[in-house]
Design a protein around this ligand. Structure first.
Ligand SMILES: *Cc1c(COP(=O)(O)O)cnc(C)c1O
Length: 378
């Protein structure tokens, strides 16, 4: 049972769809499939922009988001309050961009005011892009993309490039309404399919920047993906079976509805947090900026790695650990994608048994399940 923020659980319908024999990717059949999934992706992104499909992990979409729209030496603002924000900085520096980081402590959200100040100070419009990780998976923090983006729009020139890898399909990312220029995501997160596909949505404004961008690119050059995409085909051999999976998963998502999907993630986030609090375990990060995809816990009277180990060995439930300086200090419960309310109750009940087994004292057995149940059934 995967309760990590990717790879996430995959529904049986999706697994069965993948078990088909692959089809030729230059066939009419594949073009029909490509047309269908592209329309459905636009629905998920709430956009009329191009949404392009890459055979890559999420980082491939991040890299495509940089190299297609910027020029060597361009100044970019990068929000960094965790492992993935840090990765964006590394990636941008690799391509010779002049990176100015806007940082916040891990577990804290980025402060929109910091972006406002940096953007207002940029009178000669040297900042070409602002890069924000919406849901910072390493800490369970949901950054205030809407407000940060408002400051980017006030600046006028800079592109807004968004890592929506663990927010897309978990909470609303209204690409057109907010005017998000580039949005990156990956299949093993909110999409309910295995790793291997990455997605990038691209606005008209970003395509204008593409025309003058000069960073080296070949496999991840989005131009050919757009041109071939218009004819419902791909520049290179796509992972055809993952497209079957994508079709099945997006069909399930449409049947559930965007509003219901976001409500479910919000409910499970609240239930998980209420249960953790009821067990007297300290949450890592406040309720006001809690990610709908993942809850980080920083236990002080029980060892985080022991909790993960017992959960895995005795209950076959995989929880995520901490990264870098948080290694061994936090554990993270994923509730992203194909997760039902029963999964949350199961994980919390198993956690209670684990705590008891490890001799953790300060809680009342049943308190976590009770707190989660009250929210799930409210
Ligand atoms: C998972 C993830 C990525 C992409 O990671 P890959 O391992 O390349 O798929 C990027 N950003 C965030 C916030 C993520 O959670």
């Amino acid at each position: 049972m995967l309760m990590i923020p990717g790879p996430t659980p995959v529904p049986e319908q999706v697994l069965l769809a993948m078990a088909k024999h692959p089809m030729g990717h230059r066939s009419g059949e594949f073009s029909a499939l490509m047309a269908e999934v592209t329309e459905k992706l636009k629905w998920l992104h709430q956009t009329q922009n191009d949404v392009l499909i890459l055979a890559a992990s999420g980082t491939g979409a991040m890299e495509a988001g940089i190299i297609n729209f910027l020029r060597r030496g361009d100044r970019v603002l990068v929000g960094n309050n965790g492992k993935f924000g840090e990765r964006w900085g590394k990636l941008a520096r690799t391509y010779g961009l002049a990176v100015q980081e806007i940082t916040a402590e891990w577990g804290q959200p980025l402060h929109p005011e910091d972006f406002k100040a940096a953007l207002e100070a940029d009178i000669d419009k040297q900042i070409k892009a602002v890069i924000v990780t919406h849901s910072e998976t390493s800490t369970g923090v949901l950054n205030d993309l809407e407000t940060i983006n408002r400051h980017v729009k006030a600046h006028g020139d800079a592109l807004i490039i968004v890592d929506a890898v663990t927010s897309l399909g978990a909470c609303s990312v209204p690409v057109d309404e907010w005017g998000l220029d580039v949005v990156a995501s990956g299949s093993q997160k909110g999409y309910m399919i295995p790793p291997g596909l990455a997605f990038v949505s691209v606005s008209e404004k970003a395509w204008s920047a593409y025309a003058t961008a000069d960073l080296p690119r070949f496999y991840l050059d989005l131009g050919p993906y757009r041109k071939d995409g218009a004819k419902h085909t791909t520049p290179f051999t796509p992972p055809v079976n993952l497209f079957f999976a994508l079709q099945a998963a997006l069909t399930m998502m449409q049947a559930e509805g965007l509003g219901a999907i976001f409500e479910r993630h919000d409910r499970q986030r609240r239930a998980t947090r209420a249960a953790i609090t009821a067990l007297n375990l300290p949450l890592f990060g406040g309720d006001a900026w809690a990610s709908p995809a993942i809850t980080a816990v920083m236990p002080d009277q029980v060892d985080a790695e022991q909790v993960r180990s017992v959960m895995k060995k005795r209950f076959d439930i995989a929880l995520a650990g901490g990264q870098d300086h948080l290694k061994g200090k936090i554990f993270r419960i994923g509730h992203l994608g194909f997760v039902c309310d029963r999964d949350i109750l199961t994980a919390i009940a198993a956690l209670e048994a684990t705590l008891q087994h490890l001799g953790y004292g300060p809680y009342t057995p049943g308190a976590g399940v009770s707190a989660a149940g009250q929210i799930l059934l409210a």
